[in-house]
Design a protein around this ligand. Sequence first.
Ligand code: AP5
Ligand code: MG
Length: 220
Amino acid sequence: MAVFLILIGPPGAGKGTQAERLEISLGVPHISSGNIFREHLTNKTELGQAAEMHIAKGELVPDRITIGMIEERLSQPDVSEGAILDGFPRTIAQADALDRFLEARGENVDPVIYLNTSDEEVLRRLTGRRVCRAEGHIYHAESKPPQRAGICDEDGSDLYQRDDDREETVKERLRVYRVQTAPLIDHYQERGVLLEIVGEQSMDSVTDRLKSVTSVRASG
Ligand code: AP5
Ligand code: MG
C-alpha cells in the first residue's frame, strides 16, 4: 500500500525542512507545490507567468492551475509508492480533488500532519531563511546556517532570500493561511487522519516525532 503523507501548517512551520528529511527515511518523493511553482517562475513558463502575481502578493494560486499541476506530478512513475505532499492541498477544493485522484488509484490520504507553529516564530524563521538556487535546500541564518556563507552544503549553488519572505508578504500569507488553509485541519480531523505535532521544537525533535508516527502507520 502506498503512503500519501500530507504536511499542513502555516508558512515557515517547517514543512519543507521535514519533508526533505522524511524523503530519505520513507523512500517516497517530496512534492512541494511551492518548489514546483518556483521552478516554473525560473523557467518563465506559461504556468509560471500565471502564478507569479499571486505568489508575489502572498495569495494562493487559483485552484484550477494548482490542481492540474499537482495531478501531473502525481502521475509520474516515481510516485507509485506514494509521496510526501508539502503545501498541497491548501484549500478544501484541492483536498477534494486529491481524494478523487487517489480514489481512482485505490489510494488514500494518510496520515495528515499538522505542524502547529505561532505567528511570532514564523516571522523569525522566514525573515532568516535562505534557499538554494538549484534544488531549494533550506537554511536559516541562526537555526541552520550553511558551512560556507551563501553556499548550499548539498550542491554548492548560491543561497537566496525568497521574495515572498519579506515581512509584509509573510503577514499576508499568514492571513491567507488562516482563511483558506486552516479549515483543512477540522476537515482531516473529522476523517480521523490528522495528527498534530508542535512545530516549535528543535528540527530533530520534530523529525523524531514524525518518524515514530510514520513507522507506526507503515507497520499498522
Ligand atoms: P510554499 O513554498 O509552499 O510556502 P509556504 O507554505 O508559505 O511555506 P514555506 O515554504 O514558507 O515554509 P515551510 O513550512 O516549508 O518552512 P521551511 O521548512 O522552509 O508556497 C509559496 C507560495 O506558492 C504560496 O504563498 C502560494 O502563492 C503558492 N502556492 C504553493 N502551494 C499552493 C497551493 N497548494 N495552492 C495555491 N497556491 C500555492 O522552514 C522555514 C525556516 O525555518 C527555514 O529557514 C528553516 O531552516 C527554519 N526551521 C524549520 N524548522 C525549524 C525548527 N524546528 N526550528 C528552528 N528553525 C526551523
Ligand atoms: Mg516550504
